[in-house]
Design a protein around this ligand. Structure first.
Ligand code: UDP
Ligand code: MG
Length: 344
């Protein structure tokens, strides 16, 4: 196998997993079978990223790696969230293309050859677009549907609808993605930002193999806010428009109040209209301040320049080692600070 590896393009399947001890044992044989089938074409490897799991996922991963030399393992020091875990994984892919797959089997590995075929045709970003989602609640499906529509309207970055992280990135798309080191990482937006030749593959999203979704509605809502504020400044502009509009309304109203007093005199009253104005303006100011706070918070986060994740252990697959995947054993924290600069 290894002797011919040199003339085949490397393809690394990157799988981020958080508490997926039940799902991984049935997922890996499926991936392995697909890679076996692709052997003549690509030099397939798998990289499992344990995103700070607490349920024995790491032990399961080690078991898998012991039985398959193509498997590399990466363990983060705690749960950093899927976006950071994927970043950590993709950072470790030194050569060839990368394919992102969920650990729960919702993205069927059996479709990998189709993605590879598109990559062979010259596409850089081959992404899976869901045409059906089984085993998901009605609420999740509708909110997700709405989210992608809103996102497309608000953002100039092309973000294909109903498309998750299930995708293959060519070496140059991967290299480009690596240059984006922002802390608020909305991966779907980052993939879109990179551009290049893109094509989508329609697929049915299967139900989870085991366990339950890590994304509660509340987490999804925050994720949506993350996406919108990371890839659009429309809400900021909205605050400005709202402010201008209310200021105008208040001005007209004030004119009318003065004119009324001049024409017909002013009998005490005043209290209700005063309250209405104060409350209304106060509300509008709070809305605007809140939005400014959102972006200010982001600036604050970015200004800290923290590493995106910290690695606990890194164990390259036996077949993958020999310097083809970088940084064996070293504790790896990606820095954006230019070499030579002090601090960080
Ligand atoms: N995941 C992760 N870190 C997290 C949450 C999730 O690596 O903090 C992984 C998870 O193990 C799975 C993928 O991200 O492989 C998608 O998560 P999940 O299936 O819970 O989301 P859903 O498919 O319900 O949107
Ligand atoms: Mg899932």
């Amino acid at each position: 196998m290894t002797s011919r590896a040199a003339d085949r393009d490397p393809l690394t399947i990157v799988v981020a997993a958080f508490n997926e001890a039940e799902a991984l044992p049935s997922l890996h044989p499926r991936i392995a079978a697909v890679l076996d089938g692709l052997q003549g074409d690509v030099d397939g490897r798998v990289l499992y990223v344990d995103d700070g799991s607490r349920d024995g996922t790491w032990d399961v991963m080690r078991g898998i790696a012991n039985g398959d030399a193509r498997v590399s393992l990466l363990r983060l020091s705690r749960n950093f969230g899927k976006e950071a875990a994927l970043t950590a994984g993709l950072d470790r892919v030194e050569q060839g293309a990368a394919m992102i797959l969920d650990a729960d089997g919702q993205d069927p590995p059996e479709l990998i050859p189709q993605f590879v075929a598109k990559w062979r045709e010259g596409y850089d970003d081959v992404h899976g677009t869901r045409v059906g989602r089984e085993g998901e609640t009605w609420l999740k499906k509708t909110t997700a549907h709405a989210f992608y529509r809103v996102m497309q309207r608000l953002s100039k970055t092309p973000i294909p609808a109903d498309t998750g992280d299930f995708r293959l990135l060519s070496p140059r798309a991967l290299a480009a993605l690596r240059q984006l080191r922002e802390r608020h990482r909305f991966m779907k937006g980052l993939f879109g930002w990179v551009g290049f030749e893109r094509v989508s593959i329609a697929y049915h999203r299967e139900p989870r193999l085991a366990g339950k979704s890590k994304f509660s509605l509340w987490r999804l809502w925050n994720f949506a806010l993350e996406g919108i504020t990371s890839f659009s400044t429309v809400p900021l502009r909205l605050a400005t428009y709202l402010g201008v509009l209310t200021a105008l309304l208040a001005f007209v109203y004030a004119l009318w109040v003065v004119a009324k007093a001049l024409l017909w005199g002013d009998d005490v009253a005043g209290y209700p209209s005063m309250m209405a104005v104060i409350l209304f303006l106060g509300g509008v100011q709070l809305v605007a301040l809140g939005m400014i706070g959102e972006y200010l918070g982001r600036l604050y986060e970015e200004s800290k320049q923290r590493p995106l994740y910290l690695v606990d252990s890194w164990r390259p697959g036996l077949e993958v080692s020999s310097g083809r995947v970088h940084g064996e054993g070293e504790s790896h924290a990606y820095r954006t600070t230019p070499a030579g600069r002090q601090g960080a």
